[in-house]
Design a protein around this ligand. Structure first.
Ligand SMILES: Nc1ccn([C@@H]2O[C@H](COP(=O)(O)OP(=O)(O)OP(=O)(O)O)[C@@H](O)[C@H]2O)c(=O)n1
Ligand SMILES: C[C@](O)(CO)[C@H](O)COP(=O)(O)O
Length: 237
């Protein structure tokens, strides 16, 4: 079938099919209320405030029974195609984007549901930096602390040179065709999209964001995120 010519679009894909084990919340952490709204609602609001994103797809677990109650009336794209690993969930979402008309050369910005402090301005900075790039890239933050390697007993085994080290964040922005091929090749071992793309021999662009774009992972992170949202307010710019 011949496809109508059009310029590349930007889609967002939000993997939200995890169980949040490390958070200790006793429920998938994306539904824990932070500053009066489920974490996932904050994340989706930030993406919705980026006009260059044509549509956002939320990837849920097939067993998810909370979404409709947590985000009543949500009008965006939702698909219950999550898998056992984050990479599986993203791959399921990419196939769903194709079913909804996305093409090989469209950009996909994969963003963790668990990074609920995202600011639209950081997403715009990522798109500005990557939309004419041959590979794509990711938000990231240079490491500010001295970096240690440790053993199973919690003892330092080495101090690691941090000068060229960055903490990878999301969104991570790649062409649909490239990131799909990369994740399919690497499978569940890919903890982010960039590592899969790197394994194909490409060098994704690092786009500096902020430590505030942290991933709510541990129990204490909920309070940190709530304080931020109460003091700074929801992500509108
Ligand atoms: N099988 C999976 C695992 C993770 N994720 C999503 O990937 C993002 C980042 O993963 P992480 O912070 O590790 O979340 P969880 O897997 O839920 O947490 P944990 O590892 O503590 O169980 C989250 O938005 C999570 O919902 C997903 O969609 N599908
Ligand atoms: C994608 C990610 O947030 C980049 O830092 C991270 O790799 C997710 O890791 P997790 O193992 O799912 O916590």
């Amino acid at each position: 079938m011949n496809e109508e010519p059009r310029s590349a679009r930007c889609y967002a894909l939000v993997p939200a099919a995890g169980i949040g084990e490390r958070s200790g919340a006793g429920m998938p952490k994306q539904y824990v209320e932070i500053a009066g709204r489920p974490m996932l609602a904050h994340t989706l609001a930030a993406l919705a405030a980026v006009p260059r994103i044509a549509a956002t797809l939320v990837v849920l677990s097939p067993a998810d029974e909370r979404f409709e109650q947590a985000l009543p009336g949500y009008g965006g794209w939702v698909a219950r195609v999550g898998g056992a690993s984050r990479a599986d969930s993203v791959l399921g979402g990419l196939a769903e984007l194709r079913r909804r008309g996305a093409r090989d050369d469209d950009w996909v910005l994969v963003h963790d549901a668990a990074r609920c402090l995202l600011k639209p301005a950081w997403v715009d900075a990522l798109i500005d930096a990557c939309e004419h790039d041959a590979v794509g890239g990711l938000l990231a933050q240079p490491i500010a602390d001295t970096l240690k390697a440790g053993d199973a007993d919690g003892r330092v085994t080495a101090t690691v040179d941090r000068r060229d080290k960055w903490a990878a964040q999301t969104p991570q922005m790649f062409r649909l065709g490239l990131v799909e091929r990369a994740l399919a090749a690497m499978g569940a071992a890919a903890t982010d999209e960039a590592s899969a793309v790197e394994a194909l021999g490409f060098a994704p662009r690092l786009v500096r964001a902020s430590m505030a774009n942290f991933k709510v992972t541990w129990p204490e992170d909920f309070e940190l995120a709530a304080r931020w949202l109460h003091q700074v307010g929801p992500s509108s710019k």
